[in-house]
Design a protein around this ligand. Structure first.
Ligand code: A2R
Length: 321
């Protein structure tokens, strides 16, 4: 008998094929009355595969009385209540590491797109402005600039390394200083924002980072500053961000994540000092395949011997061996 798995959100064909070799898969998106279905079937579900956006809603989690493992396709797992999971001895896994390079690449891309006005200059050519108005206005260089990284973990470290080729000076803010890094530590986020040209957010979401990029921090970054967000929309006070960009109290922003995805604040659509992407930092064929493989591998290994490759830190001591 294959164990029953509930799939929340999508999966690639390659993931589906592998899921189906080991599990009886129930796709939440294909169940019309999920609440009713969970009443009748929730107690037989032993595994959930989900993603960082959908997570597992509390009402779903509580309907799955036999749940043993949640495998999350993504490194951020703030949409999964790990306190409830650990209390119930439910293993939670995620996909750290394999997406570092591409998320870091998107952060650098947003920095460059913002400083070099990529979208404006693309339009300059297409609209005929080049011929009718002449050369596009000058842009700004990222060479030799000071960059503050908010969250110097796996991805933040990768961003810092990539920015070294642009001769950027790297500084960072985290809750605890990191040993063995050659970058200056700031224990005060607003102070760091004041001192840098660019600030890149790459922390987890959740309560500890909720709106830590607030009005004070945005104003400290200031009219000559650029804010890049590849973390979570919840990390910044979005209303304050919009208003600071509108008034020029903040210079520019490059944003891949938003508080209410898939919706982004419509006021941003009018602004030329903003570059927007639809939460695609890890969304390359190569990285998504690696994430998908790890999502499935964790589940298969767990049902083989009770161990997983990449538990979330809260579940790190739950491996059997
Ligand atoms: O604070 P620390 O010392 O635990 O450092 C972590 C930092 N961090 C914070 N920094 C400031 N205030 C906080 N409340 C706070 N909470 C965490 O974020 C660490 O340097 C970094 C997270 O690094 P990792 O755990 O290695 O995560 P990774 O793989 O870099 O991914 C970061 C996030 C994901 O959670 C997704 O939301 C997004 O990137 O894709």
């Amino acid at each position: 008998m294959k164990p029953n798995m509930l799939l929340i959100g999508g999966a690639t064909p390659r993931m589906m094929e592998r899921f189906e070799t080991a599990f009886t898969v129930h796709q939440a998106s294909e169940i019309s009355d999920l609440t009713g279905w969970l009443k009748d079937n929730g107690a037989k579900i032993e595994a959930v595969a989900t993603n960082g956006h959908d997570g597992v809603k509390p009402e779903i989690m509580s309907a799955l009385s036999a749940l043993k493992i949640i495998s999350c396709y993504g490194v951020g797992y703030d949409a999964i209540d790990t306190a409830v999971a650990t209390e119930r001895n439910i293993m939670v896994t995620h996909t750290p590491g394999v997406l570092n390079a591409d998320v870091a690449n998107l952060a650098v891309l947003l920095m460059l797109a913002s400083s070099r006005c990529l979208i404006r200059d693309d339009k300059w050519v297409r609209s005929g402005n080049w011929a009718s108005k002449g050369n596009a206005p000058l842009t700004r260089s990222i060479e030799n600039k000071k960059v503050g990284i908010l969250g110097l973990g796996r991805i933040g470290g990768e961003i810092a390394r990539k920015l070294e080729v642009f001769n950027c000076e790297i500084v960072y803010h985290t809750r605890t200083p990191k040993p063995d890094v050659p970058y200056t530590y700031y224990d005060d986020l607003a102070k760091m924002a004041q001192d840098v040209d660019y600030m890149i957010a790459i922390t987890p979401g959740g309560p500890s980072t909720n709106k830590i990029v607030n009005r004070k921090v945005l104003e400290a970054l200031g009219p000559e500053g650029t804010f890049i967000n590849v973390a979570r929309g919840s990390v910044v006070d979005e209303a304050e961000l919009v208003s600071a960009l509108q008034d020029g109290r903040l210079g520019w922003a490059g944003l891949d994540v938003f508080a209410d995805e898939p919706n982004a604040p419509t006021q941003l659509f009018e602004l030329e000092n903003v570059t927007l992407t639809p939460h695609v930092a890890s969304a390359t064929v190569e990285t998504r395949q690696a994430m998908g493989d790890l999502t499935v591998d964790n589940l298969l290994q767990f049902f083989k011997d009770g161990n997983v490759m990449t538990p979330v830190p809260e579940c790190a001591d739950m491996n059997k061996t």
